[in-house]
Design a protein around this ligand. Structure first.
Ligand code: AMP
Length: 187
């Protein structure tokens, strides 16, 4: 059986994890799985999932697990994910991290590496204001950062305790960040 490369990208909103995940997934020829992107697509297509998710996303809140967990299960089971994947935006809570651990066991896959992009808060706010996505207005940005500190930051400790956390300084030009991320993978 071919071994699956499983990478998890963590980092606050605006840390550049989406950009980094996309570049790396392309160069490794593995699936880039962004839950935020899947949800935004569902919103554009006006699906029942999109209609429900939008209410939370517009407020900067996390979308409830009952909308997301099956989605991740289905996505990781698809054929293009069998060679490997980068998860971008999932897990965002310790509960989701526990769910993922069990799911990967069921699917006979595992994540070998967790990359955490570190960027100072004032840089994040500036980047998000410049990005101008629908959920990037100042009120929503502040709420998303608060949600990040309350619910997502504990996920860092979860992986640190398991010994597979790698922190990378994300406050540099994207090419330099990519080089650091690739170095981690080749160690
Ligand atoms: P992102 O593109 O990763 O910044 O995600 C945009 C929005 O999608 C977030 O602010 C959440 O509302 C929602 N979202 C994405 N991933 C998750 C997740 N793993 N759990 C809950 N909500 C999520």
């Amino acid at each position: 059986m071919i071994k699956t490369i499983g990478l998890i990208f963590l980092g606050p909103p605006g840390s550049g994890k989406g950009t980094q995940a996309q570049v790396l997934a392309q160069s490794l020829e593995i699936a880039h799985i962004s839950t935020g992107e899947i949800l935004r697509q569902a919103i554009t297509q006006n699906t029942p999932l999109g209609l429900k998710a939008q209410i939370y996303m517009d407020k900067g809140e996390l979308v409830p697990d009952e909308l997301l967990l099956n989605l991740i299960k289905d996505r990781l089971s698809q054929s293009d994910a069998q060679k490997g994947w980068i998860l971008d935006g999932f897990p965002r809570t310790v509960d989701q991290a526990c769910f993922l651990e069990q799911l990967l066991e069921q699917l006979n896959q595992f994540s070998e590496c967790v990359v955490n992009l570190e960027v100072p808060e004032e840089v994040l706010i500036q980047r998000l204001l410049e990005r101008g996505r629908q959920d990037d207005n100042e009120t929503t940005i502040r709420r998303r950062l608060q949600v990040y500190h309350e619910q997502t930051a504990p996920v860092i400790d979860y992986y640190r305790q398991r010994g597979n956390l790698n922190s990378v300084n994300g406050n540099r030009p994207p090419e330099q960040v990519s080089t650091s991320v690739k170095e981690i993978l080749t160690v």
